[in-house]
Design a binder for this molecule. Sequence first.
Ligand code: PEP
Ligand code: CO
Length: 451
Amino acid sequence: MSTTNNWTPGSWQQKVVLQQPNYLDGDQLQNALQRLAKLPPLVTSWEIESLKNQIGDAAEGKAFLLQAGDCSESLDDCDNDSIVRNLKVLMQMSFVLIYGGMKKVVRVGRVAGQYAKPRSNDTETRDGVTLEVYRGDLVNRSAFTESDRKPDPELLLRGYERAALTLNFIRALCAGGFADLHHPENWSLDFASDTVQADKYSRMVDSITDALKFMEVVRGAEFRASGSVDVFTSHEGLHLNYEQAQTRRVPRREGWYNMSTHFPWIGYRTRDVNGAHVEYFRGISNPIGIKVGPKFEPDELVNLIQSLNPDDERGRITLIHRYGVDEVANRLPVILKAVTDAGLRVLHTCDPMHGNTFSTNSGIKTRSFDKIAEEVQQQFRIHREHGTILGGVHLEMTGDNVTECIGGQSQIGEPDLVKAYKSAVDPRLNYDQAMELAFLIADQLKAGHNG
Ligand code: PEP
Ligand code: CO
C-alpha cells in the first residue's frame, strides 16, 4: 500500500477508541501483549494475498464468498467435535453453492480468533447487581459473577493459543482429504436425515460422484486436486491491542500484515472514519470487510472506502450489507448507487443476520429463518435491478443442532428456543437451517442472479 502516511501499528492509540475493555492493571496488560507479540503468526502473507485475489474474483462475479461461523467463539468449544462439525457444515454448504452456481466458492470461517464482541452497553444489571458486560472470551467470561466479568489480559494469550489450535486442526483436516470428493461418506448429514434438504443433498452428492467417476474414466486417472481445499479465517478486528500485537512486516513484501487472521472486518459500531479502528485498518495490507447497516450514510461510506483503499486496490474492500428486511429496500439501493457513482471497486456481500435480531416476549434473543431468507432474496433482487453483483454471504451458524433461530423446515418455534440455546451472544442458524439457506442461495446462483 502506498498511502500509509504517519501510520504505525500503534497510531490508532492517538484516536478515540470505542469498545475496548477497561483493564485495571496496565502493567499486566503490557506484559501479556509483549508475550503475544513474540508468538509466531497464525497465517502467512501469501495466503492473505491469495484471499485478496479471490475476493477480487468474487467482486467480478467469477467466484462466490461464503463467510460463516460463530457469532462469538468460545474457548471451551475448542474441541475436536465442534471444529469438525463447523468445518463440515461450511464444506457442505460450499458444495451446494458450487453445484448451484457452477463457480468457485471461497470459504472463510468466522473462526480461529472470533473472540471479541462489541456491546451496546458497558455494564449489565441483573436483580439489582451491576457488573461489566461480557465482551467475548478474549476479554472476560460470560458467567454473571464479579470475577468472571473482570477483564483479564491473560485471556488474550489463551484466545490466541486456542485460535492456533483450531486453525492447526482445520489445516490438517483440509490437507488430509476431509473434503475429498472420493469419500462422500464424510459428507453425510448427521441428523436431519428425514428433511427435504437432506434428500436434495444426497441426490446432489450422488450426482457429483457419478460425474467424477465419468470424468475419471474419460481421463484414465483419478482427480487428486479435490483432496485439499482452502479455508480462510476471519474475525472482527475489534480489540486493537490484540490486533496490533500481531501486526508485522514480512520479508520481500511491502507494507504491514495482520498475521492473526486472513480477513479482519470493521464492525458496524466502530466504523467512524476518524476513529481508532479505521486508523488501524488503513495501514494493514489484508483484505478488509466493512459492516454496512441502516444508519450508514452513502457519503460516509464512500469517504470511508476511499480512506481505506485510496489506490482502489482489487480485492481490498468487502462490504457486508446488514440492514434487516424492513430497511434493506430503502438503504441498499442508495448505497449501491453511491459506491458505483464513485467508481469504487468492492465486493458486495449480504449478512442477513444482524439486521434481523429481535427478543421474544420472554426476553430471548432470536432471529427468524424466514426473515433471514427474505433479506438474502431481496439483496439478490436489488443487485439485479442495479446491475451490480452480490458476490457472497456472511452468516452466523454452527454445525450443532442448536435451537437459537426460529423457523425453517424443521419448524423451531419460540417454545423450542430454551431446548438447546448455547450462544453467549447472537443466535446462530443450526445445521438444518444452514443447509436450507445454502439451497436457497444456490437457487439464486443457478438462476444466474449474481453476474
Ligand atoms: C457480528 O458480526 O457479530 C456483529 C456484531 O455485527 P455488526 O457489527 O454488523 O453488528
Ligand atoms: Co453476531
